[in-house]
Design a protein around this ligand. Sequence first.
Ligand code: TRP
Length: 351
Amino acid sequence: MDKKVILTGDRPTGKLHLGHYVGSLKTRLSLQESGDYQIYVFIADLQALTDNARNPEKIRKSLIEVALDYLGVGLDPKKTTIFVQSQIPELTELTVHYLNLVTLARLKRNPTIKTEIKERGFNDAVPVGFLTYPISQAADITAFKADLVPVGEDQLPLIEQCREIVHTFNQIYGDILKEPQAMIPDNKACMRLPGIDGKAKMSKSLGNCIYLSDDSETVRKKVMSMYTDPAHIRVEDPGNVKDNTVFTYLDAFVGEEDFEKYLPEYKNLDELKKHYERGGLGDVKVKKFLYQVIEGILQPIRERRKYYEEHLDIVYKMLEEGSKKARVEAQDTLNKVRDAIGLNYFQKKDE
Ligand code: TRP
């Protein structure tokens, strides 16, 4: 049987951070290593331009940073097709066909879009390309006949929108498009990693990120400055592990082997938490432990990333080849879509 197809992408608006790592990159890696799937990972530069049209240089720069982050974490172009959205013109034509199947009212109701419009302060001045990016995202997903789309929970309304487009299209034109399913991380702490300031989300615009490419001194400083329990003032004070960013991060990152390696006086996270809650465990000690855990993850990423930073030609070549390969699949889907709509006027009957 054919392998199931997995597709996911990132907007290139900056370097990737730990939120991306626990929320999506880690899952992609284990899916890649399972060998059970055909996987596409792409850099959504066109989508990034929908709210950055006047700042194309930022997107251009971020594209290579994201590619470096991919290779750094261990995405392997031999196992995963890595490509660039703008290099697949078929996606744009698919978008045009799908635009006719969605109402303006439906787009404006999309909770993800609503939030993003608010965040960006667009009000009524929202670029049409931005408002309609869920439709272009449906083109991304369907072009590659994706079964599964690993995304953060904030993306669920976009997958739902895509499924609606698939239904509508298939109802009108016949059973052509495949209906995708979202794939959400199961560890709660991974669903939305807070920033180091304790704010709801790690995000570039909030300036509260630990980047995959941060050097170890920067990581140390960021971890030591992390938000904890404001009422936990002296070491003896009982502390709260809920809404305590350091513990949320430990939930997301720590493995049992980390205790053996760095903090053998505790068996596991439960024991550490209990001690903190009882009192007598200082923030500095917990933060130092967290720093070691995070460094254990980031060090190998940083080294691989550095190698590719020094060999950018390999990275661009990898993206070019990935895009070429991906394009073949998108062309196949577009041909089927055109046929289904009847836009094949000059095709010979016996072809
Ligand atoms: N919207 C996604 C994000 O902001 C990026 C994206 C674009 C995407 N096209 C996609 C994700 C298709 C999954 C599938 O992160």
